[in-house]
Write a protein that binds this ligand. Sequence first.
Ligand code: RET
Length: 266
Amino acid sequence: MTQTEIFEYIQADALLSASLWVNIALAGLSILAFVYMGRNVEDPRAQLIFVATLMVPLVSISSYTGLVSGLTVSFLEMPAGHALAGAGTGPNGGVFTPWGRYLTWALSTPMILIALGLLAGTNMSKLFTAVVADIGMCVTGLAAALTTSSYLLRWVWYGISCAFFVVVLYILLAEWAEDAEVAGTADIFNTLKVLTVVLWLGYPIFWALGAEGIAVLDVAVTSWAYSGMDVIAKYLFAFLLLRWVVNNESTVAAMASGLGSASRGG
Ligand code: RET
């Protein structure tokens, strides 16, 4: 299928194309709102949290533009054993695979973790571990979606991705929760931690149920599931975090952090 054909395929499916365009619109509005909210932030650590958080809708608008244009979508023929082998809606039974999602998660989710880690007063080892494991999770998730030689190996990739995910969850739930107590940011950290953990767990569940996995959900429904989770996991998450940082800049400036002071001479 050519890129133009993929673009036209997406536009012809109103439910599917709406799930992508809605996120482009919301990401655009979020970028404008966050730049405005951050206009007077002066503390370096608060600024760093702002920049990391602002990257989330910036990566998102790029990601969805790639999907909606057909650039980062392929119709893949599934291996024997997959529910849609030979039964996809594309040519030769190809299955709609928006692989650009998994690729761009490797850029957006580390930003979410950097912002959360800074808020919790993480040290460098934990921040590095969380970010590297998270990138591993996204890239192996991409491999799971793109593997067409063996149905079993798709799930092996899925398992590897889940192993990386466990590392991320451990740091969020155990390490950073404790660090945030010391840093004096436990209230906001715990709210964002729960929001993050609950929503992030939805991604592997919908991957497994959607067209890439056991295919009990169709392509447009799966796309809406991801788009809906994205709205909360990215834009609402970022808004809550940034609003808190703006209102508590002095707490951020004075907090105990495993990375040391963010200001010069501190
Ligand atoms: C995959 C499939 C393989 C197993 C696991 C996954 C986890 C994905 C997650 C994605 C989070 C994305 C977010 C995006 C917002 O920008 C790759 C679906 C564990 C947790 C929050």
